[in-house]
Design a binder for this molecule. Structure first.
Ligand code: FAD
Length: 462
């Protein structure tokens, strides 16, 4: 590949990179994609496979790195409504975002995603919104397509089979640097020293690549705007608590301002009959919590995250450092793993024990250390979570029962948000574009993919 000259060089084969490549080749462009991870068939996490109990820091993390990016290890829940999953609307406006969502969604279906989608509308949606409003809960109607973690891998693999015949793809190829000449991006250098040159460079390294991107941004002195961090827990309840809503809408998205601290909380990533999972953050050497649901394997529990959003003010400017510090406390107390606590134990100020959890209504869907989340989360977060669960009880009776399980901690690090032009070009450097989660443009599969298409179309028009 050294010596070759491409129209576009893409860093990262997550949804943003893959959809950008597809759009570019559609316009007859010569494209090179480098990803530090492996192909989907080779992405095997030793913990998920039961070979080891805790993270062994693989050279590339199979969960978040490789073809399809974090998208292929994700639940494949496509949010087909504006207002969720990122900030792309701020760049391209709502009508264009809606049309992008439709474009990207159609492509997912063409490559094998389930054509059925869920929509929160009709009498039941209105009733839920009304009951929520009575306790200050904003219930947001959304349209959702659920591919499922297992089927997601198939869909993204189908995209690989299609693209591999149309562009050059190099996996297990970490990009070390972006080559800049005369104020213009002219290619990338891989860690093995190979240089790949192109007219344009599109950087889509996802959250996994954010620390690498941070260094590049520092080196190129690119302007950034700081972002908030989300810290919270994953809640697990019996399916029956949410079933009347999830059967109809699949996922219920709610916003709430807590009475005591006036903090903004939201529900996130609801998984009916799903599984709580460990999420390994290689860059920060952390284990946090996430959740997914599979198309072909079901549990009897529903899980979702409660996230508290905080914007830090001067002089503090390291929200990622703060959130990872909290997550590390949980890992410290849980012997390198995650913590689980019954809601009643959290309220009573005592740790959970295995026998108390065993006596409860729920069988946990993941291995976690019973403990005390109040030793990990600041008081403010604990209060926010308890108050939010009490409000949610209005639309999901039983969600604040004592046996409800809380897993900690779940964090979302979005800290870096670059100043980009409307078409996602980097203003001060010619031929350089950024898209997806890593640049702070998106927070989910659909907007990541759509942002890749936005950048690709702009590259074609340049
Ligand atoms: C467990 C889990 C569940 C999720 N569930 C959902 C869900 O149901 N619905 C939803 O919408 N979103 C979900 N998400 C989020 C979603 O996966 C991301 O928003 C999306 O994948 C972001 O796409 P991206 O292309 O920006 O980055 P990513 O998907 O993170 O891809 C970035 C790629 O860049 C590569 N890379 C990074 N740095 C370099 C480098 N220096 N050189 C070469 N390659 C590099 C990485 O290996 C990676 O493959 C989930 C995420 C996780 C982790």
């Amino acid at each position: 590949m050294s010596g070759m000259h491409y129209d576009a060089v893409i860093v990262g084969a997550g949804p943003a990179g893959v959809f950008a490549a597809a759009e570019l080749v559609e316009h007859g462009k010569k494209v090179f994609i480098a990803d530090k991870g492996k192909l989907i068939s080779d992405r095997k996490c030793p913990i998920v496979n039961g070979q080891v109990k805790s993270c062994v820091n693989c050279a590339s993390c199979a969960i978040v790195s490789g073809w399809g990016g974090a998208g292929s290890a994700s639940d494949g829940k496509l949010t087909l409504t504006t207002g969720f999953g990122g900030n792309l609307e701020e760049y391209i406006g709502r009508p264009e975002l809606l049309s992008m969502i439709e474009f990207v969604d159609n492509a997912f279906v063409r490559f094998g995603a389930d054509p059925h989608y869920y929509e929160a509308s009709g009498e039941m949606a209105h009733d839920t919104i009304r009951r929520g409003a009575q306790v200050g809960l904003r219930v947001l109607p959304a349209r959702i397509r659920h591919i499922g973690t297992d089927a997601s891998r198939e869909v993204l693999n189908n995209m690989y089979e299609d693209l591999v015949t149309k562009c050059d793809i190099r996996m297990e190829a970490p990009v070390e640097d972006i080559l800049i000449e005369d104020g213009r991006a002219v290619g990338v250098r891989l860690t093995d020293g190979a240089e790949v040159r192109g007219e344009s460079v599109l950087v889509t390294p996802g959250r996994e690549g954010a620390p690498w991107l941070e260094k590049i941004i520092g080196k190129l002195k690119l302007p950034i705007a700081s972002m908030p961090v989300d810290i919270g827990v994953r809640v697990e309840v019996p399916d029956s608590v949410c079933e009347s809503l999830t059967r109809e809408f699949y996922e219920v998205k709610c916003l709430y301002n807590t009475p005591t601290f006036d903090d903004r909380c939201r529900t996130f990533c609801m998984n009916p009959s799903g599984f709580v999972v460990h999420e390994y953050n290689q860059a920060h050497r952390l284990v946090t919590v996430n959740g997914h649901s599979l198309k072909n394997k079901k549990s009897e529990n529903t899980n979702f995250a409660i996230l508290v959003t905080k914007n830090f003010t001067q002089p503090f400017s390291d929200p990622i450092g703060y959130a990872t510090h909290v997550a590390k406390l949980a890992n410290m107390l849980a012997g390198g793993s995650i913590l689980v606590q019954r809601l009643a134990d959290l309220k009573d100020g005592r740790r959970s024990t295995q026998s108390r959890i065993d006596r409860g209504m729920l069988e946990p869907t993941v291995t976690a250390q019973p403990g005390d989340l109040s030793l990990v989360l600041p008081h403010r977060y604990v209060m926010d979570i308890v108050e939010f669960l009490d409000a949610l009880n209005r639309i999901m009776p039983g969600v604040n029962h004592g046996d409800t399980l809380l897993y900690g901690v779940e964090i979302k690090l979005y800290s870096l948000r670059l100043e980009l032009e409307e078409n996602l070009a980097v203003p001060s450097i010619g031929g350089l574009w950024m898209a997806g989660d890593g640049a702070g443009v998106s927070r989910g599969i659909i907007q990541a993919a759509a942002s890749g298409v936005v950048a690709a179309r702009a590259i074609c028009g340049e």
